[in-house]
Design a binder for this molecule. Structure first.
Ligand code: AMP
Length: 508
């Protein structure tokens, strides 16, 4: 069989009666059921006037319906999953930027997105779940708004998923991922982890982020295996979920692994009773001590991988045994080609030299939507520039040594510092603001800001934090705000976020 180039083709891997999507206290949705759900969902969307490449914003709690909605809506339209924790201002930006044709929410939902969609004239489509039915099964209900442009099943060239990426510009950029990109990424992860129909992933990752959508959901479905969808991550419940889900693996960000480890001692029996085959870590750097402790605790290989939204997630991965895992590295190219480019470009650097990590392959986005300027910067000679700095060793293992882009990686959650600057500067007492990353022992990085007040004005840290929290989701709110008479400049006299925490001597 040739490799699948669309989500609909990926789903063909599962036997009719095999479980595809499972959840706590629910009977699983089989592959036959999921394929039916896809057919029904595409027909409903088309009837509502929504077709291929029409952006559909999805705001759903984590769980089986979100997984099923992503997979089935992507087969007939373009999915745009949004973080349910966003504030109204953020929903307003995203719904407008996406030019969303509809907003999907659960019936009875009280999301702030609903009022914003109404104001913007974006039709609401209600997802009606059946708690007594198989995990994830739903029907969509809404009012038709004209005829759909391109009806029927999406193919390899149609856009399956759009996500925003926090970039160096003030506003996040739209990353369109075509069916062929996400199908390639799902295959790359399946191959790297040796996934088969016998595998079951316990998903604890948010399903508005590329990691959970592709590494947990699509890679499992492309292998004909199953994904057990927990209602998000809860370190207290994780061990009982192991017992109910009987997974063979899970994938998470390092902070989740640390929270799990912190409770592992008390849960030795649960761990022994539900043996895994592997644990995967991605989206932020995994400290080697955490990797070692996880391997000892669960007696399985811990596979650190390197992913990015623009790559439909996976770029590199440590290999499964018997090939060696190298702690502190993100492994070898695992799908796309990976090279190191001179920071000026376009020369590629030899092994052992530090430069910008660049990638090329069928999982990589063709470019940001409607943003020629960003695309001119992001692509050089057909290579996509990740904005990460790294080095390849003699065996082709990649070490991430730093970052050239300005984003803050808060335990895997990415924050665009300029977005926070803009909100701070809207406060009447703030004259200038510069948001930056400060070291944090658990999260790796945390959000901090320096603020210069308007002469004669006063404001305290708490007041500014509350001001930001009204407009931005909690994870973007600076944990520390330092008041200074002027914004410190780097050696070159320019404002420099990178290294600022160190120069100011602050950490969380
Ligand atoms: P996202 O688009 O949210 O997946 O974020 C992608 C970024 O996360 C990458 O460009 C890296 O900066 C960072 N990242 C992902 N995986 C790792 C890893 N294993 N180690 C270090 N940084 C990582």
């Amino acid at each position: 069989m040739s490799a699948a180039t669309s989500i609909a083709e990926l789903l063909a891997a599962g036997r009719d009666e095999a479980p595809a999507i499972a959840a706590p206290g629910r009977m699983p949705l089989t592959y036959a059921g999921l394929r039916r759900l896809v057919t029904d969902t595409v027909a409903t969307l088309n009837r509502l006037g929504i077709g291929r490449n029409d952006p559909v914003a999805i705001v759903l709690p984590n769980g089986p319906e979100m997984a099923a909605a992503f997979v089935s809506i992507a087969c007939g339209a373009t999915t745009a999953p949004l973080n349910p924790a966003y504030r109204a201002d953020e929903f307003d930006f995203y719904l407008g930027d996406l030019d969303a044709r509809a907003l999907v929410v659960e019936r009875g939902s009280e999301s702030a997105a609903i009022a914003v969609a109404r104001q913007r004239g974006v039709p609401i489509v209600e997802l009606v779940a059946d708690p007594a039915g198989p995990a994830g099964a739903f029907v969509l209900e809404g009012t038709a708004t004209g005829a759909a442009g391109a009806t029927g099943l999406a193919g390899d060239d149609d856009v399956a998923l759009v996500l925003h990426t926090s970039g160096t510009t003030s506003r996040p950029k739209i990353v369109p991922l075509r069916h062929r990109n996400v199908a390639a990424s799902a295959r790359n992860i399946r191959v790297a982890l040796g996934l088969t129909p016998a595998d079951r992933c316990l998903n604890i990752m948010p399903l508005f982020h590329i990691h959970g959508l592709i590494a947990a959901v699509l890679s499992s479905l492309g292998a004909g295996g199953s994904v057990f969808c927990a209602p998000g991550f809860n370190a207290l419940r994780f061990f009982s979920q192991l017992g109910e889900a009987r997974p063979t693996w899970y994938t998470a960000v390092p902070t989740m692994h640390q929270a799990i480890l912190a409770r592992a001692e008390r849960n030795r029996e649960a761990i022994a009773a539900s043996p895994l085959r592997l644990i995967r870590s991605s989206s932020a750097s995994l400290p080697p001590q955490v990797m070692r402790a996880l391997e000892e605790t669960f007696s399985v290989p811990v596979i650190e991988s390197y992913g990015m939204t623009e790559a439909a997630h996976q770029m590199a991965s440590n290999p499964l045994p018997p090939r060696p895992r190298k702690p502190g590295t993100v492994g070898v190219a695992a799908g796309p080609e990976v090279a190191i480019m001179d920071e000026l470009g376009p020369d590629l650097l030899p092994q052992g030299e530090v430069g910008e990590v660049v990638i090329r392959g069928d999982n990589v986005t063709a470019g940001y939507a409607a943003n020629p300027e960003a695309n001119a910067k992001a692509f050089t000679d057909g290579w996509f520039r990740t904005g990460d700095q790294g080095m390849l060793d003699a065996e082709g293992y990649l070490t991430i040594t730093g970052r050239l882009k300005e984003l803050i990686n808060r335990g895997g959650e990415k924050i665009s510092p300029r977005e926070v600057d803009e909100v701070l500067m809207d406060h009447p007492a703030v004259d200038q603001a510069l948001t930056f990353s400060m070291p944090h022992d658990k999260l790796g990085e945390e959000v901090a800001a320096v603020v210069v007040l308007v002469e004669g004005s006063s404001a305290v840290e708490q007041e500014l934090r509350e001001f930001v929290a009204r407009r931005l989701a909690d994870f973007k709110v600076p944990r520390r705000i330092v008041f200074l008479a002027e914004i410190p400049k780097g050696a070159t006299g320019k404002l420099q976020r990178i290294g600022l925490a160190q120069r100011l001597g602050i950490s969380a």
